[in-house]
Design a protein around this ligand. Structure first.
Ligand code: MF3
Ligand code: CO
Length: 289
């Protein structure tokens, strides 16, 4: 579809195309002609949509903040699931994971060698020395938010603490690369280099994603791609930065019995932090930390 200069812009502003996104689209076209992957209009959010994602994020963050106060040794991951469900619905939201492609619970709880998508259960008890990723995702008034943090249970080894800390640094270094007219590969390279420098590896098959009007949107966000590759970043894009960093091999395998739980192939520990970020005119805005 080609818009005329005097047509109403596709972005919903109500302004004429020539006074709104015409130059923006021309710039994107220039990158596309050079062979770059560029975003479609449908993943570029309006300011109103970003506001909606922020309101969803408020719930997401409140849940993680509360969990930081109460998660401790002896607790079951089923109790965490219950807290996430209750806090979400009390605030008028829906836990995005629940029934998502058949996922049975409201949150993912991934302990030690579980890379991601660990399913909470009554028989899964947190014990001293565990490192746990709690991944909370919220739908509120049709807008989605997604973030996860690591929780250290009791006395954790220096080795595991370092993995958790370096993974957090990976997210921060990736975030610094988020700016309009950069590439998602710039984010990936910063993350992968920092992980490798510390002797770790980054999971290849599972990455981040666009988010906002759906739980998972385009693009797939790799954390192992080279600089200058992957999708062009433009203002209004919203996506997650959520690298999974492994102490040993990057290789993973899925539990055949539940179809969800992802383990490291060598059963060495894995860590992950996740934030949702928006690309702005000048750089980035973090929507969930
Ligand atoms: N929260 C995960 C993410 O960061 C997705 C989990 S899908 C689920 O993308 F079904 F397992 F919840
Ligand atoms: Co995510």
């Amino acid at each position: 579809m080609t818009l005329g200069r005097n047509d109403v812009c596709w972005c919903g502003s109500g302004r004429k195309y020539k006074a709104c996104h015409l130059q923006f689209d021309d710039k994107i076209l220039g990158y596309q002609r050079k062979g770059h992957i560029v975003p479609e209009h449908d993943i570029i959010k309006t300011p109103e949509q970003i506001q909606g994602i922020k309101e969803s994020s408020v719930i997401n963050i409140a849940i993680l903040d509360y969990l930081e106060e109460v998660v401790k040794e002896g607790m079951t991951t089923e109790e965490i699931n219950h807290i996430v469900y209750q806090m979400t619905v009390e605030r008028g939201g829906v836990p995005a994971p629940l029934d998502y492609e058949g996922y049975p619970k409201s949150v993912c709880t991934s302990i030690n060698e579980v890379v991601c998508h660990g399913i909470p259960g009554k028989d899964v008890v947190l014990k001293s020395g565990d490192i746990v990723n709690i991944d909370v995702s919220t739908e509120y008034k049709g807008y989605f938010s997604d973030s996860s943090r690591m929780f250290l249970i009791g006395e954790v080894s220096e080795e595991k603490k370092k993995l958790v800390q370096v993974t957090k640094e990976c997210v921060e270094l990736g975030l610094e690369q988020v700016k309009p007219w950069g590439f998602l590969g710039d984010v990936a390279a910063a993350i992968n280099e920092h992980a490798m420098k510390n002797g770790y590896s980054v999971v290849v098959e599972i990455g981040g994603h666009g988010i906002g009007l759906e739980f998972h949107e385009e693009p797939f966000v790799s954390y192992v791609a080279p600089r200058g590759t992957e999708m062009l970043m433009v203002p209004g894009m919203v996506f997650t930065i959520e690298p999974m960093v492994n102490m040993g091999t990057h290789e993973v395998e899925i539990d055949e019995s539940d179809g969800w739980t992802v383990y490291t192939k060598d059963r060495l520990p894995s860590a992950q932090w996740e934030i949702t970020v928006a690309v702005t005119e000048t750089g980035y805005e973090v929507l969930t930390y």
